[in-house]
Design a protein around this ligand. Structure first.
Ligand code: ADQ
Length: 470
């Protein structure tokens, strides 16, 4: 059987904190041989052209170092100040410095040069996420003929947002060098198809650009998931129970409304707190009866827009505290640190309401994890943004428009008032959907499509856009 080579910006780190995705891919590698390739996390003056192999928790990992300058342009610059905001339709938060593209390209070339000598002809290569869109082009230019797949962990943008990205035409041509491109949701395949079929004639220095031919690339939705059964077990683990007891003492009978996110502007955190403010303002009966906990560890905090979101969240949490807190009651707790999965599972299980309201998101795995961790006898209610990919599979959540904080406030009221039979009915259907879309099947579905046993390691197939594998 062909080996699987997984490539992502960072390789998984040591320790038990790995998320469901890392665990699933680690299992895939354990079953299929191969290794994980990516950046070591180290910045050096002169990176070696060769990758260094290491074994991390039994996983074979090949890593390269980066220069500080390339890291800035590739990671903080092009990937996270241009691609991330544009793909999330936040052009207002994008910093368009076209020269970052050179660093982005350079790191992709560096990855390809270090990876190529490690490849066998029938290796299957699975590239992850927006940092590495050009990798297949770079590998193919060096002569690689392997099957190469790409999975995008964030939404695919609308055509207008795509046109705002410098060098978007080259990036789309890069995507066309993959055999398979996997998206989070059907919505993303539709956006991609829209671009591919109606590419606007764009010009660069007066000369028309050729439209990209996607004829050899299969594009399909592979909705990622978590491992809901593992979260159910985690929620009954000693660490989860410790967290539950600690929280129960401090809640003293109040209902918990929970948000768990990276501190990112795409997650809609200020809007969420504003919705909670409206809940308390419109329904005095909930004061002293509910408590909101928002867990949001800072991420990418060297980027200005992230710092601004953090400040905005500080301000709105302060406003809600000032408006409603009493000497012996606080309406919310805002924790700026990450927790391990067992502690998170405990929090999920205790929460009467899971509030997952990104303004735009790929799938959103917190929604899956919240469902997995519920007590079947007394489950909580998931409030979910209609702009998360998860909304395509979790119809039994209360779906909201996160920009409309009145609507989210009303959804909170509904969730808090929902009777037990209704909560159970909804949760049973949500759990069924979470199990159907579990992460192990996701990984298998992608690899089965990328490398069916009969064609592994050879040629390409002419399949155009498939709407969905769901
Ligand atoms: P993220 O933007 O990181 O993922 P999400 O899918 O919600 O968002 O979470 C990923 C993982 O991070 C989950 O396992 C979650 O438990 C963990 N996590 C989130 N907040 C945490 C916190 N406060 N403390 C500890 N752990 C936390 C990106 C895309 C998503 C896409 C995933 C996977 O933005 O849309 O679904 O990749 O493809």
């Amino acid at each position: 059987m062909s080996r699987i080579i997984i490539v992502s910006n960072r390789t998984p780190g040591k320790g038990p904190a790995a998320g469901g995705l890392a665990v699933a891919l680690r299992d895939t590698l354990a079953a299929r041989e191969g290794f994980w390739f990516g950046w070591s996390g180290k910045l050096v003056d002169e990176p070696s052209p060769k990758a260094k192999f290491d074994s991390i928790d039994g996983l074979s990992v090949a890593q390269v170092d980066l220069t500080r300058e390339d890291y800035q342009a590739y990671y903080a610059g092009f990937s996270n100040s241009i691609l991330w905001p544009s793909f999330h339709l936040r052009l207002d938060l994008a910093t368009i410095e076209a020269h970052w593209y050179e660093g982005y390209r350079r790191v992709n070339t560096q990855f390809a040069r270090a990876l190529l000598p490690l490849l066998k002809p029938d290796d299957i290569i699975w590239v992850h996420d927006y940092h590495l869109i050009p990798l297949a082009s770079e590998l193919r230019q060096l002569g690689a003929r392997n099957r190469i797949g790409f999975y995008l962990h964030i939404p695919f943008p609308t055509s207008d947002a795509l046109y705002a990205i410098p060098h978007h035409q080259e990036l789309m041509r890069d995507l066309s060098r993959y055999d398979l491109v996997g998206m989070q949701a059907n919505r993303d395949v539709t956006a991609f198809t829209e671009f591919a079929e109606h590419q606007a004639p764009s010009t660069l220095a007066g000369s028309p650009l050729k439209s990209v031919d996607f004829g050899r690339t299969e594009v399909a939705a592979f909705p990622i998931g978590s491992d809901p059964d593992a979260f159910a077990r985690l929620a009954a683990s000693p660490a989860a129970i410790k967290m539950i007891k600690r929280m129960e003492r401090s809640l003293n009978g109040q209902q918990l409304i929970l948000g768990v996110d990276r501190l990112d502007y795409s997650k809609g955190l200020p809007q969420r707190v504003e919705a909670y403010e409206k809940l308390l303002a419109n329904n005095t009966r909930f004061r002293r009866e509910v408590h909101m906990l928002q867990v949001a560890p800072p991420s990418r905090d060297s980027i200005k827009e992230y710092k601004q979101t953090s400040d905005e969240l500080d301000a709105i949490c302060g406003r809600v505290m000032g408006r409603f807190a009493e000497p012996d009651w606080q309406p919310l707790t805002y924790v700026k640190r990450a927790y391990g999965q067992p502690s998170l599972a405990g929090l999920y299980r205790l929460a009467r309401v899971g509030l997952v309201t990104p303004l735009r998101d790929g799938m959103n795995l917190v929604a899956h994890e919240y469902i997995g961790a519920q007590d079947p006898a007394d489950p909580g209610v998931l409030i979910l943004s209609r702009f998360a990919g998860a909304a395509e599979i979790f119809e039994d959540a209360i779906l909201v428009n996160p920009f409309d904080t009145d609507e989210t406030a009303e959804a909170l009221r509904m969730a808090l008032d929902m009777d037990l039979p209704e909560r159970q009915r909804r949760w049973q259907r949500l759990m069924k959907a979470a199990k159907k879309h579990n992460v192990e099947d996701w990984s298998k579905a992608f690899l089965d499509r990328l490398a069916p046993a009969s064609t592994a390691g050879t040629g390409t197939r002419d399949i155009l856009y498939l709407a969905s594998v769901a």
